[in-house]
Design a protein around this ligand. Sequence first.
Ligand code: NAI
Length: 258
Amino acid sequence: MTSNASRFTEDTVFVTGAGAGIGRAIAERCAAEGATVVVTDVDTEGGEETVARIEDAGGDAAFHELDVTDREAFGAVVETTAERHGLDAIVNNAGIAPDNAFVEDVDADTLERVLDVNVRGVWNGCQAALPVFKEQGSGAIVNISSLGGILGLPKQGPYTLSKGAVLNFTRTVAAEAGYHGVRANAVCPGFVETQMGEAHFEHADDPAAARERMEREYPLQRLGYPEEVASAVAFLASDDASYVTGHGLVVDGGYSVS
Ligand code: NAI
């Protein structure tokens, strides 16, 4: 890991969906750089494990169980965080990707659930953090979109609908909140090695062959690691990105330009 130990000293970074995968890597990266990290997730066991890993590494973290679709609960946890620790950055990472069907075959419940978690969850996070950030005249929002936010991906209709929304909504937040010293950016990862990534191959007749085919489609000839998304997020959340706002940072091993 790149050492940049002081980048978040005295900062508090709030991460949703931090009990696994990319969210855990973001939490660990920010803690390694000096942040107090507020780890949130619906999965208590995963969230507590993230906190334990951070503490074992000498970092500082606290866990709050939080379903990002619950607007009231989100507001309450953000308020408590701001009172207890202050709040310098929020990473709206929690997301789901259950799609594997053509648009005409997606049922209403699946669509609703994806939009609820991926879109409403990001909305709730921004809505909860913005008053705090605006009042203090500073703050960074990083929303996790996806390649699915900029490319068409067959059999991922609800997911691409949600991630496109996240990307463009982030631009609106940047345009509104910049006047108050608040930045908002998105990260658009390509395929990343997490539970979510693995689940994608389960539908294939030959998962190993499907994975190999996908790896070959990437100019860098491999899939991404959660830590590689985390370093992009840490950049955008930090003062290193003090003049970057409204941006969608693509972290995809070159897939989208090949
Ligand atoms: P993951 O499935 O490995 O982890 C997601 C975490 O979010 C889990 O801990 C889960 O409990 C939590 N979560 C799910 N629903 C939640 C809710 N309603 N409230 C709070 N927490 C909730 O997923 P992964 O791969 O780490 O993905 C993280 C983000 O990155 C997602 O937004 C995903 O769409 C995005 N992404 C992932 C890619 C990949 O290939 N893995 C590629 C591009 C974007």
